[in-house]
Design a binder for this molecule. Structure first.
Ligand SMILES: Nc1nc2c(c(=O)[nH]1)N[C@H]1C(S)=C(S)[C@@H](COP(=O)(O)O)O[C@H]1N2
Ligand SMILES: [Mo]
Length: 199
């Protein structure tokens, strides 16, 4: 007979069971924020995708909730070397949000409530690899982890997963975000250990 401890439903499995070079696995969920935690109420919350031609696509909180729900379980890897296996989220795929957004842009600068920014190629938000998530482990996303909603791009170092995301600015030429301007890598692939510019 199998014994399960309370709260453990077998979800804490690695999504792929591998640790990128230089990382260690952690059971906890560290909070890493470069500044104070913004408190954004869902009634004023909005998400904007702006294109290189100046078009703006907007979603209110209730419009986001009405979109088809995705439930990714993924491993996450922070550049400070912790990795966490089998994190379970709920949200909306970026494929769903980008459907109907006409753009020839190759890059994105993600902007957060509170002023944080991070850059990534638009291709990395497509193909079932990125989400706007509003729940973690079956509960609404807490403010410290980026609630009401954050970007989740788990195949890149976790600093690319902008908490309190507010706008995705689609750009023809790449513009660096907060950590990238401070010397971190523009792409940040944990499997190639792209921690700093030049790695
Ligand atoms: N807006 C915002 N997003 C952010 C950060 C931040 O400081 N501000 N930190 C990044 C970093 S370095 C990491 S490791 C993760 C941490 O997410 P967590 O606090 O939920 O673990 O958020 C990323 N997204
Ligand atoms: Mo991080």
């Amino acid at each position: 007979m199998a014994i399960f401890s309370p709260g453990f439903q077998g979800r804490r499995r690695p999504a792929n069971g591998l640790l990128p070079p230089g990382q260690y696995a952690t059971e906890g969920f560290p909070v890493l924020s470069a500044g104070p935690t913004p408190r954004v109420s869902p009634d004023i919350w909005e998400l904007v995708i702006s294109t290189e031609s100046g078009e703006q696509h907007r979603w209110t909180w209730s419009e986001l909730q009405a979109l088809p729900k995705a439930t990714p379980t993924v491993d996450i890897h922070c550049v400070t070397k912790w990795s966490k296996f089998g994190t379970s989220w709920e949200g909306v795929s970026l494929d769903t949000l980008l459907d109907g957004v006409e753009t020839a842009a190759a890059y994105v600068l993600a902007h957060s409530y509170g002023g944080y920014t991070t850059n990534l190629p638009l291709a990395d938000l497509r193909g079932g690899k990125a989400w706007i998530v509003y729940a973690y482990d079956g509960r609404p996303l807490t403010a410290e982890h980026g609630g009401p909603a954050r970007l989740l791009v788990p195949h890149l170092y976790f600093w690319k997963s902008a908490k309190w995301v507010r706008r995705l600015e689609l750009l023809e030429t790449e513009r660096k975000g907060f950590w990238e301007r401070a010397g971190y890598h523009d792409y940040g692939d944990p499997w190639r250990e792209q921690r700093y510019d030049g790695d």
